[in-house]
Write a protein that binds this ligand. Structure first.
Ligand SMILES: [Zn+2]
Ligand SMILES: [Zn+2]
Length: 280
């Protein structure tokens, strides 16, 4: 039987004029931030708003941003499948979208509900080249694991995990960005968990369109058959790390590939997760 180490889930051994003024202001803000980037090293600027901070701030967040991030805290009511915060007026343990669309992955877990600040942090990491944010998100994820009580850990991990996997980018995206944010985060988490991180376990075998503007059904179709697993993972519990969970289509596709390769359990772990979609 797999055992959970204290404080860890790693099982040993083993993403008009007014308009012109707004654009101008945005460009000035960008210029200002770029100038600050040159003057102040990483760690002395809030990873969300760019305000100057001192080196002792938790997660390199200023006090205001720290208070405004929609943290999913210990004991919060979350979906027993996807880990999103449950609506207060929904007495069920499983969120609306998981009830409508049963998932392939076993569990998902997130640290914060996706909103403006969470978007800014992810944007800064992915598109402004602040790769140091990856490790900070790894730390945030590690702390999220620590916040789980033993019963939650058992429910989610069922004995622990064997390997941490990353969501591969298309060759085109990797070349354009120069790094894979999923790997940066996973490496930061793996180091703290003292667990192996295998960035080659999953491979993207075909390019996909950007998911942002697609409906859930279009997302599923877009991502179908996009991944392959590069080795046998029979019986293994795989923790897949990514920046954001939205509809779960990527998580399901990856879970299907891992399950076909023998994985015993697939857990999808992200920094942020979108709010549940409640039918009105
Ligand atoms: Zn801030
Ligand atoms: Zn759910």
């Amino acid at each position: 039987m797999k055992s959970i180490r204290p404080n860890s889930t790693y099982r040993s051994p083993a993403r008009s004029a007014t308009r012109t003024t707004a654009n101008f202001t945005a460009a000035l803000t960008d210029l200002f931030r770029d100038a600050l980037d040159l003057i102040y090293p990483a760690g002395l600027k809030c990873i969300c708003c760019g305000a100057i901070i001192d080196a002792t701030r938790t997660y390199s967040l200023c006090n205001q941003c720290m208070a405004k991030v929609n943290w999913i805290t210990a004991g919060a009511r979350t979906c027993d499948r996807c880990g999103k915060l449950l609506s207060e007026n929904d007495p069920a343990d499983t969120c609306f979208s998981c009830r409508e669309n049963p998932h392939v992955f076993h569990r998902a877990l997130a640290c914060a509900q996706y909103g403006a600040l969470e978007r800014d942090i992810i944007f800064s990491m992915k598109y402004r080249g602040h790769t140091e944010i990856g490790d900070i998100l790894g730390e945030i994820m590690w702390d999220r694991l620590q916040s789980l009580d033993e019963m939650e850990k058992q429910e989610i991990f069922q004995g622990g995990i064997d390997v941490i996997a990353t969501v591969p980018l298309s060759r085109q995206s990797l070349l354009a960005r120069g790094f894979n944010q999923s790997y940066l985060m996973a490496a930061g988490l793996a180091r703290r968990m003292e667990a192996p991180c295998d960035q080659d376990l999953l491979r993207r075998i075909r390019n996909t369109s950007a998911m942002k503007s697609l409906t859930p059904a279009e997302r599923r179709k877009n991502i179908r058959g996009a991944f392959e697993v590069t080795r046998d993972v029979t019986g293994q519990h795989v923790l897949v790390v990514d920046d954001i969970y939205t509809t779960g289509s990527t998580a399901d596709e990856i879970a299907a590939a891992l399950t076909a390769a023998g994985a015993g359990r697939v857990i999808f772990f992200t920094f942020a997760a979108g709010a549940d979609v409640v039918k009105s």
